[in-house]
Ligand binder design. Structure first.
Ligand SMILES: Cc1cc2nc3c(=O)[nH]c(=O)nc-3n(C[C@H](O)[C@H](O)[C@H](O)COP(=O)(O)OP(=O)(O)OC[C@H]3O[C@@H](n4cnc5c(N)ncnc54)[C@H](O)[C@@H]3O)c2cc1C
Length: 392
């Protein structure tokens, strides 16, 4: 959506395909990072964007056993907004879609699922899709595969994937929120379990982290035992824990960390999770996907407007974004393997690791994770032009 908006805004004709009828998927995370807010500011959209109901978090806290630790404090990030916005991703996507639709060059097709590539002489020249009115073919100078971590287009393109393993999966469910509850979004780590709770105003979106493939074990113990585990992590949920009525209320989200060896082929580029599936650790995947889109738009506008898109331009996009992606995924895998997985496998109450204690003893160090989560490595700036909005 961000790439589509930036290109259309610069006068490039774009068709965005979305397989669902709306953006009401609740499993993509809700974080809008300071770096994305900076981009909204550069686009002149910040004020309007912040008028949509949202919550702000100025620090990330975690509970490791009985130790409460501030992991990141965003007060010093080098951006205008020194906080992370928590907003359901559908509100963000609807906002961007609404802005993009003001450009006659933008065409959003909902309920349209891409399932194949059209190729000619080894070059991708379009996509095959199923829309509400049946099958369709769309030809294009460039296909941008932004179809997430189960990307069908990258598979169809035959691009090779390196898997880095994720020892965790996530159980995703909601429980109502009362005005007397804390407003904090937080993570809690205990022997054998971890839970992160996102404050969505009238309900808590809960992410209960389990060892990979551990769902059958949990189901065998029965639902009441699972409810007990949840209530042990967040005791204030105990009085409404039966809102989890059956296993159908709980979605299993499989976590993957992978990266394409090469993100492009002539006529095709993969971006976001389609190029590099991110773990939820640190809540940075949305940030990376947006940064990919901005970097891609900066490089693509000229050749797409003037003709003559080369493979070198696609290579430059990969070159620019591969480094921040490698480092970020490396850190995610490190945390998964050295902090989260050992705690999930353990029966002893965890203690804050040395690194967490350092953050507690020397709060100035909290600026480092704040910078990594809030801004990321090699932040992008919008360099694409804006053509006047023409009547549609
Ligand atoms: C449990 C979990 C929690 C997470 N929480 C956070 C968080 O809090 N913060 C954060 O920053 N990151 C989080 N992440 C990571 C984040 O969700 C991803 O990194 C991010 O969504 C990637 O964005 P994307 O646009 O590349 O892909 P997606 O957000 O997956 O978007 C892909 C889009 O393409 C559509 N689509 C898919 N296939 C097709 C097709 N064939 N044709 C047409 N449309 C198609 C999908 O419907 C979807 O709208 C989390 C990940 C997981 C697994």
């Amino acid at each position: 959506m961000m790439l589509g908006f930036l290109l259309a805004r610069a006068g490039v004709r774009v068709t965005v395909l979305e397989k669902h009828a709306d953006f009401l998927r609740d499993f993509r995370g809700d974080t809008i990072h300071p770096s994305t807010l900076e981009l909204m500011d550069e686009l002149g959209l910040l004020e309007k964007f912040l008028s949509i109901p949202h919550d702000k978090i100025d620090r990330l806290t975690g509970l490791v056993g009985e130790d409460r630790i501030t992991i990141a404090n965003f007060a010093h990030v080098p951006t205008r907004c020194k906080f992370v916005v928590l907003m359901p991703q559908w509100d963000f996507l609807n906002f961007m879609a609404d802005r993009a639709k003001r450009h006659s060059t933008f065409d959003l097709r909902m309920r349209t699922e891409a399932y194949g590539l059209i190729e000619e002489d080894g070059r991708v020249i379009g996509v095959r899709a199923k829309g509400p009115d049946g099958p369709l073919e769309i030809e294009a100078d460039l296909v941008a595969a932004c179809d997430g971590r189960h990307s069908i287009l990258r598979e169809r393109a035959g691009l090779q994937v390196d898997e880095f393993g994720a020892p965790i999966d996530v159980l995703w469910f909601r429980v109502s929120r009362r005005p007397s509850d804390t407003a904090e979004t937080f993570g809690h780590l205990e022997a054998g379990r971890m839970m992160v709770m996102l404050n969505r105003r009238d309900y808590w979106q809960c992410a209960y982290v389990i060892p990979k493939g551990g769902i059958e074990n949990i189901k065998q113990k029965n639902l009441q035992s699972f409810r007990e585990s949840v209530a042990a992590m967040a005791p204030f949920l105990r009085d409404r824990i039966t809102e989890i009525r059956s296993w159908d209320d709980i979605k299993l989200l499989t976590v993957a960390v992978d990266r394409l060896r090469q993100w492009y082929r002539p006529g095709l580029i993969c971006l976001g999770d389609a190029a590099h599936a991110m773990s939820p650790i640190g809540g940075v995947g949305i940030n990376l996907a947006i940064q990919d889109a901005v970097a891609a738009a900066n490089i693509l506008v000229k050749p797409l407007r003037e003709g003559g898109l080369t493979e070198a331009a696609l290579r430059n996009i990969e070159k620019r974004r591969a480094f921040p992606t490698r480092i970020t995924q490396g850190l995610q895998v490190l945390i998964q393997s050295n902090v989260i997985n050992p705690v999930l496998q353990s029966t002893r109450r965890p203690k804050a690791p040395l690194l967490a204690n350092l953050l507690r003893w020397f709060p100035v160090l909290q600026r480092i994770p704040a910078r990594l989560v809030g801004v990321g490595i090699r932040p992008e700036n919008v360099r694409t032009p804006e053509t006047p909005v023409s009547p549609i």
